[in-house]
Every structure is written in C-alpha cells, then in structure tokens.
Design a protein around this ligand. Structure first.
Ligand code: 13P
Length: 296
C-alpha cells in the first residue's frame, strides 16, 4: 500500500493500548528488514531516519526505498524523520515525501522551543504531514547530540500542557520521562507518575524514546499509559554490525557479500518481530488501516 501518515495510526494505537515500533533505519537492507518484519506479523510500522543517515544517503534515495518497500506489503508503513533541529532539513524531507518529521527544540529554553515547534507545526500542517515535538531533555547519545546525565531533564508538567495547547493536531508528543538514548548504564528511572499526569490531560499519542535496553515490563507499562510510538535505534545498529562480523568469524572463507547481507537482514528482522510481539501491535494492521490517511 502507499506510505501513510503517522497521526491516525498512532491515535488508534493509543486508543487500543498497543505500541507501534519506530525503528531507525540504516540503509536499504535495514529498511527492508523493518518493513518485512512488520509484514510477517501483520503490524503497522514506522521507519524513521536520523538526520545523519539522511545526509549520508540523500533525501530522494531514502524516500524512494521506503515508498517502494511500502508498496510491496499491505501493512501501514510511515516514513518519519527523527530528532531534527534544522528547518532546511525538515523542508527537504517533506518535499522528498516523508510522511512525518520530528522537530527537536529540547535544548532550547522553553519559550524558544515552543516558538520554533509552532513554526514547524505550521509547516507540517500546510504540507499535510505529521509532526513530533519534544520537551524536557532526553539523555544519552542520538546522532551527533550528546545529553549527559546532568543535562537530562524530565519534562515539566505545566510546560507540557502549555506546549501542546496551540498544536491540536500534533501527531505525537515526546516529553522526557527518564528514558535515554543508547545503552543504559544502570536501571532507567522512568517517571511513570509524570507520564500518567501527562496522559490524563493530553490525548495526543506519546513517543517513548530510548527503547533499547528497556524490559518487557517497562514497555508494557509505558504503552498502557499512552506511549503509542516506541523508538528503537541502538539495538538495530548493534545487530547490523554484529551479525556481519559474527558470520565472518564463523566462516572466515566466506566471501560472497550477499550471504552477509542476508544474514544481517535475518538478524534485524528477528528483532523487529520480537519487539512487535512485545508492543502488542501484531495483527493490528487491518484495524490501523481503517483509520488511515495516505500520502501519494
Ligand atoms: P535507542 O537508541 O535507545 O533505542 O533510542 C532510539 C530513539 O529514541 C531514537 O530517537
């Protein structure tokens, strides 16, 4: 089917209490593993792309890969831009065919984050694509952004209410609730009470960043409290590299690149499928499809 926007499918996920996996793709093989894994479990899925990855491959190739992959399956597939601070990149992704983008103003003072997020909101509303916006500061390393433990900051509840007030169609809201990008050094301290206060007042689907390393129980609890988009990047990157290296170690004489690519694809796809099972989105494709708006 044609690629879809994220808003309606995330609303459905939040209403029904399941999570949609949002994987950060690396290249065509990884995008294919994400889409095929979703198809095999009949689940909606979000292929998201970091700014660094967009700049590496270029806007048009990525848009073509994901749009073509989406047409080979009958589950809803969205193409999303992850953490972006640059309006030129936002614009170019929208023009190239992304169906949603994230503006990340979380390193800015609240008033400036709000002002710039509203500007991104206006841009995405005009283009008919979804917007994700962040408040507070999610810790860890994502792309070239490093937020150390002292800089990580939970979202302020009153600011959350104020932030979303003028963005009624915000597709997904990302308040920092104590999760972090990259591998966790200790037990993550998830602020479930803050998440609950936010979701009691705000009906917009919530994004859970920093999915790698969370336990099934943590995922279930966050998803049941309104986290409808669940981001995974670090685990996917690790599998991409490790599956390649492990095969060479096992079979040092193997020289055929396609064998390595197939092995890599299988490892990434297996992870996508296990995550989909945990998030409860298996077999949700047809329900999610009913609520969709497509972008051609
Ligand atoms: P991880 O790298 O911890 O999986 O987080 C991914 C993420 O939140 C991307 O925005």
């Amino acid at each position: 089917m044609a690629i879809v926007t994220i808003g309606p499918m995330l609303k459905h996920a939040r209403a029904e209490g399941y999570g949609i996996a949002a994987y950060n793709m690396i290249d065509y093989n990884s995008a294919r593993a994400i889409v095929e894994g979703a198809q095999e479990l009949n689940a909606p899925v979000i292929v998201q792309v970091s700014v660094k990855t967009v700049k590496h491959w270029g806007y048009t190739p990525i848009a073509h890969w994901v749009r073509d992959l989406a047409t080979t399956v009958d589950v809803p597939v969205a193409l999303h831009l992850d953490h972006c601070t640059d309006f030129d990149v936002l614009r170019r992704c929208i023009d190239a065919g992304w169906t949603s983008v994230m503006f990340d103003g979380s390193s800015l003072p609240f008033a400036e984050n709000l002002e710039k997020s509203l500007k991104a909101y206006e841009m995405t509303e005009q283009a008919g694509v979804g917007l994700e916006a962040e408040i507070g500061a999610i810790g860890g390393v994502e792309d070239d952004k490093h937020v150390n433990e002292d800089e990580a900051r939970l979202a302020n509840f009153d600011e959350c209410i104020r932030f979303v007030r003028d963005m009624p169609n915000l597709a997904v809201f990302a308040p920092a609730i104590g999760t972090a990008h990259g591998m966790y050094k200790g037990e993550p301290k998830i602020a479930y009470d803050l998440l609950k206060r936010i979701t009691d007042q705000i009906s917009i689907p919530i994004a859970l960043h920093g999915g790698t390393g969370l336990t099934e129980e943590q995922f279930h609890r966050c998803i049941s409290e309104g986290c409808a988009k669940v981001n995974i990047s670090t685990m996917h990157k690790m599998l991409y590299v490790n599956s390649f290296v492990a095969l060479k170690e096992q079979k040092p004489k193997l020289e055929e690149p396609l064998s390595f690519i197939a092995n890599q694809n299988a490892a990434m796809k297996e992870d996508v499928k296990s995550v989909i099972q945990i998030f409860g989105s298996k077999d949700k494709a047809s329900d999610a499809r009913a609520s969709l708006a497509t972008r051609h």
